[in-house]
Ligand binder design. Structure first.
Ligand code: GLY
Length: 421
């Protein structure tokens, strides 16, 4: 996706020319279009397999991860009908401890992985019924989740509103800081010799029926043995990609707030010690407290195309609902508001691996689970790029599950727009 206008991280700021790092060659094994966390983890893991790799992105380390809260919520974000995705989510959550250690070692940066658990609470009888159904689904799915009374919830998190009616304690749903994750991946890529081309991908180039690389908006042509389209929401509109290969991803806007919590009094409780979630007026709300005192409150879910405006209404609703859940929140400094776009596929699951166009792979459509799925995506994509085969656990997420006619209508009915990615 287009990264929002953000301050470059110190590592991106160090990239002063259009190409940085040790350029592997004029024709790397792999060219990744998109330098968000999905593109970067693909590049890093592919380089670890001995492939020469380049990334095209005007501001690598940006993208949806600049906005995301970083919940690793395989269990508390379980939805009916998403059992297959649950398997991938759990596999990726289980990899996080080792992935964190490897990435922190490779980058020299901490990524804020915090094994804090999650509490999902109900504010009224409807929420309670909803949570009871979720609990039943979790139990049927063999997941670890414990029902608590309102009083037990408040004993765990004393800042919760007195009206909380009950909740689910899920000790296995943790968090990571997505901005730190992106920065660390960028550094790990640079150290692994990944080359960065700082420009928008304007058009995929195809030669002899095979993806051959990309043309950037400044006219630069990059060629590679294999190309990975990891452009977030924009992956679905890159010019030059044949109609029947374009991934069916669309943007779903999320607005998010960042507040600052006070330091915990000596020996006293933290403002919040774990992620707290609720469904308020039918919409999911979450409060993610970081060790450094940041509190992330999210998120709206809006089908508004490419709009990333932060609106008064969005901020109002988030604060109103968060205040119902944790009344003391209105005392906290509001540090930042932002909005991003979740790349969303028709079944809310990612598209991973080889596409119908030889030489072109997809790594997109991660919707609500981009941060959670980063470790497993990196491994699956590296395996596909190195061997031509997706690992078993990723096969249900092959792009082949979306026949073009079902997604785009009859062949030729839609002409891709000329859009940089
Ligand atoms: N996974 C949280 C969100 O997408 O809002």
């Amino acid at each position: 996706m287009h990264p929002p206008a953000t301050t470059p991280t110190s590592s991106t700021a160090s990239i002063s020319s259009s190409i940085s790092s040790a350029t592997p060659s004029g024709h790397p094994d792999v060219l990744v279009i998109g330098g968000g966390i999905i593109g970067l983890v693909t590049a890093w893991k592919a380089a670890a397999r001995g492939l020469t790799v380049a990334v095209a992105d005007p501001a690598p380390g940006g993208g949806a991860a600049r906005v995301a809260a970083g919940m690793l919520a395989a269990v508390t974000e379980l939805h009916f009908g998403e059992q297959t995705l649950l398997g991938l989510n759990l596999a990726s959550a289980g990899r996080y401890p080792r992935f964190t250690a490897e990435l922190e070692e490779a980058s020299g940066q901490r990524i804020g992985y915090r094994r804090c658990g999650t509490l999902a609470v109900a504010l009224d009888a409807d929420d309670r019924a909803h949570l009871r159904e979720l609990h039943a689904l979790q139990t049927r799915s063999g997941l670890d989740s414990q029902w608590l009374s309102g009083r037990e919830c408040r004993r765990l998190e004393p800042m919760l509103a007195p009206g909380v009616r009950g909740g689910l304690r899920v000790d296995g749903d943790h968090q990571v800081d997505p901005r730190r994750l992106a920065s660390a991946l960028l550094i790990a890529c640079e150290r692994a010799g990944v080359a960065f081309h700082r420009g928008w991908a304007k058009r995929l180039t195809v030669s002899g029926g095979r993806a051959s690389g990309v043309e950037l908006d400044d006219g630069t042509r990059l060629s590679a043995g294999q190309t990975v389209l990891a452009g977030g929401s924009h992956s679905g509109r890159l010019a030059g990609v044949p109609e029947d290969v374009l991934p069916p991803v669309r943007p779903v806007k999320g607005q998010v707030l960042r507040l600052r919590m006070p330091d915990a009094p000596a020996g006293g409780p933290a403002f919040l010690s774990r992620t707290v979630r609720a469904v308020v007026r039918g919409g999911p709300l979450y409060l993610v407290p970081r060790e450094n005192g940041e509190l992330v409150v999210g998120a709206t879910s809006e089908e508004l195309g490419w709009d990333t405006t932060v609106t008064a209404g969005g901020v109002y609703e988030l604060l109103r609902d968060a205040h119902e859940l944790v009344p003391g929140i209105t005392e906290l400094p509001l540090v930042e508001t932002c909005a991003g776009l979740r790349p969303t596929s028709p079944d809310n699951a990612p598209l991973l691996g080889p596409s119908a166009l030889p030489g072109l792979h997809l790594a997109t459509g991660h919707f609500r689970n981009g941060v959670l799925l980063t470790p497993v995506t990196g491994e699956a994509m590296a395996e596909a790029l190195a061997t031509g085969n997706l690992p078993e656990e990723a096969r249900p997420f092959s792009p082949a599950r979306f026949p073009a006619a079902a997604v785009h209508g009859p062949a030729g009915a839609r002409v891709p727009e000329e859009q940089p990615v």
